[in-house]
Design a protein around this ligand. Structure first.
Ligand SMILES: [Zn+2]
Length: 750
């Protein structure tokens, strides 16, 4: 619409006045309902208070509050009381989950010289909460197994599959070794998993100063980055290959009396002993390595020459854990809907942290609380959401989405019947709106973002995010699309936060929202993620906290109030089309790469370029990947695009013609299950927990998504037969969605 105005100026002149009085109706609302909605939204937006958010942060991050700690429970009870004071019907739901904590951690180098790692983050004199030693969890990786191993050390870059291919070329094997990997570029649990696949018996993960230390900015407390002894705690659960949540109750809620597995039968524990360390502890270990030089792209910012090893360096790693069940306390609050109360809009952010967790998770939790307060305020003024709103403060997210997963599993049937969307946040910073989610919600998020002001630039958060995207784009195609398309695209959902059970397991369309890009830091999961750090280096005046509360609050309100659920399937059809093109390109690239490698092998290129002083091993000849028949998916994608267009036309007509509210309610009752058409009850190949055929956490990325994973990841793993057999399964999900959307479009026309 805006581009059209720019070109046809007369029309712009005539219509701008008309439109000022009658702005375009909101997505899913009639014209009259839009006017009412906008007026409630104005009232809502004025309420969230930076001052109160600062107070909430100070209170919630005052002491360490990990799962099982006294202050975790104290926070849950405090949040409960707040939500009740805001006028919500709130309670705590408890689950009992397996959460190991360290009993013994020992890391020492025994050869060529002796060194014992400190494994300790020092308190800082100016930062009061860093000295709460008796309540802090030691630095460790949760769900590492117990172990006592001594072995040669090798450096494996980020510890991902491509790094081991490179090691093989250098003639170095991980078999029987302890590996040391850099943090970053994947879910940390991927690192021990891949190390184990290559025969390693132990895994160390360290934060290189090139990634979040002194190479980026000054270190804490002089700057925001990771100090020498700072350590990233974190879970190494192998959730991508198995499932998130309590290891002992896969697929069911961990309630009293639930059937629990023996620990030895749990499927999502890390396979080898794993320990995170600081760069202070890593440096002597890395400096002791000899063997081939590390490839240029592997080297970090430590003042050493990076070798891959093995050399003579030998390390001893001993870990034992206390394998106990601990309670998690989810705070669940409801604001009852009026006319369509059996439809639920669910919104969550976790409250547990690794230590004090001012940024992660409190910076998101404080916005959630201000949204809840603001919704409670306008409720008192007479606003009545059509649908029921459920606010959730999850516990146990850090160990691996324990509170949200157990709650989702416990209420699976109800959620699939009632939930219309799940909106997640997990902390907040400064900068540009980041939005990941189900593509049926893409138009909604874009519309909301146009109606929220950016606190720094004098433009909407939509416009600022568009500008950042244009500037970061790497191709002309991308830039043209960003300038010409009405909506910028949502990134698909990966994992590592609480939406997974909703989107990937249950098919509830989900979103994950935050502001970032101007808030670099190196305090993630350390004792330095605290009130002092946040109020010196992040959103120090809490204005992005307010922007997040406004963005999420408006999203929740539109989902709760729309006459017709605000899904737009043309955006989904576009996403499917993108994924189809991407997997076709991926296959072609893989074919070209194998052809080229084989040609170079046959032409003696590897032999010719080998440096006898730094020898490398030539890759093996491979057979060229076969062609795959993508036709079923092409046809399904076309059908979805057509059905989605049909739906848009029917909806516009229906909303323009004074629709009957009972008829619309009946329609919404059907529409609620739209996302579930994309599930397959058997799930993805090798991991049945993940039932969504379009979105999944990557097997070897974890945080980052792999879309159409059955096809894409099978191609990446060179299982072309499996990829070919996955095409019809993905196609079926897409054509089921197409038929579903088309049938609703037809119904709308009646
Ligand atoms: Zn978090």
């Amino acid at each position: 619409m805006r581009r059209f105005f720019a070109v046809v100026s007369l029309w712009a002149l005539l219509s701008s006045q008309l439109f000022a009085q009658n702005p375009e109706p909101l997505l899913g609302f009639t014209a009259q309902a839009s006017t009412d909605q906008r007026s409630w939204e104005q009232k809502f937006k004025a309420i969230p208070s930076p001052k109160l958010m600062r107070d909430y942060m100070q209170r919630l991050s005052a002491r360490p509050h990990h799962v099982g700690s006294p202050y975790d429970k104290d926070n849950a009870e405090w949040i409960l009381k707040q939500l009740q004071t805001f006028g919500w019907d709130a309670h705590i739901e408890q689950f009992d989950v397996l959460f190991p904590t360290p009993k013994l951690r020992l890391l020492e180098m025994t050869e060529p010289l002796r060194f014992t790692a400190k494994l300790e983050e020092p308190a800082l004199p100016n930062d009061p909460t860093t000295s709460q030693k008796s309540e802090q969890l030691p630095t460790y990786n949760a769900y590492s197994p117990d172990g006592d191993v001594t072995a040669p050390l090798i450096f494996v870059n980020y510890g991902l599959p491509a790094d081991y291919e490179e090691l093989e070329r250098l003639g170095v094997s991980a078999k029987g070794a302890i590996v040391i990997a850099k943090y970053g570029n994947s879910w940390r649990g991927v690192k021990p998993r891949v190390a184990w696949e290559h025969g390693a018996i132990g895994c160390l993960i360290y934060s290189d100063p090139a990634d979040d230390g002194y190479a980026e900015d000054r270190t804490f407390p002089d700057g925001p980055m990771r100090p020498k002894d700072g350590v990233q705690r974190g879970s190494v659960m192998d959730f991508p290959h198995a499932h998130p949540g309590d290891p002992l109750t896969p697929g069911i809620g961990a309630v009293p009396g639930a059937k629990r597995l023996d620990i030895k039968d749990a499927k999502n524990l890390a396979p080898i002993p794993t320990l995170p360390i600081s760069y202070g502890d890593a440096q002597p270990l890395l400096a002791a390595l000899t063997g081939p030089l590390a490839p240029a792209t592997w080297r970090g910012a430590l003042p050493i020459t990076y070798h891959v090893g093995p050399g003579t360096a030998k390390v001893h790693l001993k870990l034992t854990f206390d394998w106990q069940l601990h309670p998690v306390y989810d705070v669940i609050a409801k604001l009852a809907g009026s006319s369509e109360s059996d439809q639920w809009v669910v919104r969550g952010n976790h409250h547990d942290a690794w230590v004090n967790g001012a940024e992660d998770p409190v910076s998101g939790q404080m916005s959630l609380l201000e949204e809840a307060r603001a919704l409670g305020e306008i409720y008192k003024l007479g606003w009545r959401p059509k649908r029921t709103i459920i606010y959730a403060a999850w516990d146990g997210e850090e160990p691996m989405l324990l509170g949200s997963t157990e709650w989702g599993e416990q209420h699976a049937a109800e959620l699939q019947k009632h939930a219309v969307a799940y909106v997640n946040t997990d902390g907040n910073g400064r900068g540009y709106l980041q939005a990941e989610g189900a593509h049926s919600l893409e138009a909604l998020v874009n519309a909301v973002a146009r109606d929220v002001d950016d606190p720094e630039a004098n433009i909407s958060v939509w416009k600022r995010s568009q500008a950042a995207r244009i500037h970061a784009a790497t191709t002309n195609d991308e830039r043209n699309q960003l300038r010409g398309r009405a909506d910028w695209k949502l990134d698909p959902l990966g994992s590592g936060t609480d939406y997974t059970v909703f989107e990937h397991h249950l098919g509830v369309p989900s979103l994950n929202l935050s502001f970032d890009g101007e808030d670099d830091g190196g305090i993630y999961h350390s004792i330095y993620d605290d009130f002092y750090w946040y109020t010196h280096f992040s959103d120090t005046d809490f204005v992005y906290g307010r922007a997040l509360a406004q963005t999420v609050g408006l999203t929740v309100m539109r989902l709760a109030d729309a006459d017709v659920l605000p899904y737009r399937f043309t955006n989904l059809a576009d996403a499917v089309n993108d994924y189809l093109k991407e997997v076709q390109n991926l296959l072609k690239q893989q074919q070209d790469k194998v052809k080229e490698t084989n040609a170079e092998l046959n032409d003696g290129v590897y032999h010719a370029i080998n440096d006898p002083r730094r020898p490398t091993v030539a890759p093996k000849e491979e057979s060229v990947p076969p062609y795959i028949n993508f036709a079923p998916l092409q046809n399904a994608a076309d059908a979805l695009a057509k059905a989605a267009d049909h739906y848009n036309r029917s909806l516009a007509k229906a909303l323009n013609s004074n629709p009957d509210s009972t008829k619309l309610a009946a329609l919404n009752a059907r529409l609620q299950s739209a996302e579930q058409q994309l599930l397959n009850p058997d799930g993805l190949p090798t991991r049945p927990y993940y039932k969504h055929m379009l979105y999944a956490p990557g097997l070897y990325t974890g945080y980052s998504p792999k879309t159409v994973s059955g096809i894409r990841e099978s191609i990446e793993l060179k299982d072309y037969k499996l990829a070919e057999s996955e095409v019809p399964r993905v196609a079926k999900a897409v054509s089921d969605e197409a038929a579903f959307v088309d049938s609703i479009a037809t119904e709308l026309e009646k």
